[in-house]
Design a binder for this molecule. Structure first.
Ligand code: HEM
Length: 410
């Protein structure tokens, strides 16, 4: 018996790891017709690990004070620490890939209606992850203390201040707006206190929250079972032919996709880092010099465009908060038990409109704020709102068709 075998036996006698492995990997069955987009959850997991590991290295050398932050990121980490640049490149690329993967993962869930019974909790916890992830990205963006970091942070913290423009209960909303902005900035101006808070949140509070939420998310996915691209819930006992053991089928397939993902990831890390560490951010933050055009990072541009294309700041804020809320209550809006865009023609069309609308808003959000862009922003904003608001009606019509064809409750 080899040494490794004996070590495993020794551990197994005490921790029963083989039993655990069997129940988690072999006895756990997944639908055998899962499509490629189902791999985005795994990519998200891989990226999360990459962020934690690379972040831990950066944490050893970064200094969270206004006097030192820029130098520690730009000179110490990038130039003096062996391979410090590599970890910073990985972390910056990871932040962008993480958001991109999460959007793809969410779009997949929406396309296959994976937010419906019995997966509502998976969706709700996923939504919470999305919010914390945005906060994590925003807080991380301030840390290098470059011009973009600083002004991006100022613009973002001022957005909740729009509540002060409320047409009614002015004093009430103004007090709330001031409190939120003050709380986010840690004072009336951005100081060491702000940077300290943002740093603490980015390196400990948000990652811990994420770890806990991702753990619950994965548990819930296992408890409810992964959805099926056909939108039909098969009983694992009655239809064993529709399922395969998680290992080796999924592990090998998703492992192979992950290799491709990492290849693309590291291609950007080594050859196209300027997309993720823009040259403008290698100029130290200067509160007296406002850049000509400040926009949030790409993953928030759609919300930003909705916000700025509405003339009233208050209603702009309400509209973009409503979008976030609509995402959360998708299982309620899309109430019928029918699942998967594959067999829901009206939903399929609405989904396409939603995708194109969100992409158009993202592109417009990166452009100059001209009157034409504001009008286009309103139109595409209406398309995205239209998607959510039409879901109850689409559910009603499609369910009617389904019943008329003699379909039963699922
Ligand atoms: C760190 C972030 C996240 C990680 C690591 C993660 C991981 C995963 C994994 C591994 C799965 C199972 C396989 C799959 O369908 O891909 C899954 C399923 C799912 N996730 Fe996430 N996820 C994350 C964030 C989110 C977010 C932000 C949402 C939505 C707002 C979400 C919604 C869902 C849904 C609805 C499912 C069930 C899919 C199905 O059964 O078809 N997840 N997630």
């Amino acid at each position: 018996m080899g040494l490794i075998q004996r070590i495993i036996d020794w551990i197994d006698e005490r921790a029963h790891v083989r039993e655990l492995y069997k129940s988690l990997m072999i006895d756990y069955k997944v639908p055998k017709n899962l499509t490629f987009p189902y791999v985005f959850g795994v990519f998200a997991l891989v990226t999360f690990v990459i962020q934690i590991v690379s972040g831990m290295v950066l944490l050893l050398y970064y200094k969270p004070s206004i006097a030192d932050a820029f130098d520690s990121a730009t000179y110490t980490i990038m130039g003096e620490i062996p391979f410090g640049w590599l970890f910073r490149h990985i972390h910056a690329t990871g932040a962008n890939f993480f958001m991109a993967i999460i959007y793809l993962h969410m779009f997949t869930g929406i396309y296959y209606n994976a937010y419906k019974k019995p997966r509502e909790l998976v969706w709700i916890v996923g939504w919470l992850i999305y919010l914390v992830l945005i906060l994590t990205a925003l807080s991380g963006y301030l840390l290098p203390w470059g011009q973009l970091s600083y002004w991006g942070f100022i613009v973002t913290t001022e957005i909740p201040g729009s509540l002060a423009d409320a047409p009614i209960f002015k004093d009430f909303f103004k007090a709330i707006a001031e409190t939120i902005v003050l709380w986010m900035k840690g004072g009336y101006v951005v100081t060491d206190i702000t940077l300290g808070r943002v740093f603490g949140s980015h390196v400990l509070i948000y990652p811990l929250l994420l770890l806990a939420l991702v753990g619950v998310h994965l548990y819930l996915v296992r408890a409810a079972g992964i959805s099926n691209p056909d939108g039909i819930e098969y009983d694992k006992k009655k239809h064993p032919d529709k399922f395969v053991p998680f290992h080796p089928y999924m592990t090998l397939k998703e492992g192979a996709y992950t290799m491709w993902y990492l290849a693309i990831f590291f291609f950007f890390v080594f050859f196209h880092i300027s997309h993720f560490l823009p040259p403008d951010n290698f100029e130290p933050a200067n509160p007296l010099k406002t850049p000509a055009h400040i926009a949030p990072e790409w993953y928030l541009l759609a919300f930003y465009e909705v916000f700025r294309s509405i003339p009233s700041k208050f209603w702009g804020f309400v509209a973009f908060s409503a979008l976030l809320l609509f995402l959360l209550i998708l299982p309620v809006l899309d109430w019928s038990p029918l699942k998967s865009a594959r067999r829901r023609p009206l939903f399929f069309v609405a989904f396409l409109a939603f995708m194109y609308g969100s992409m158009a808003l993202t592109i417009l959000g990166s452009m100059e704020p001209t009157p034409l862009n504001a009008k286009l922003g309103m139109i595409f904003g209406a398309v995205v709102f239209g998607f959510f608001l039409s879901l109850p009606i689409i559910s009603f019509i499609e369910y009617g068709w389904y019943k008329a064809k003699g379909g039963k409750e699922q």
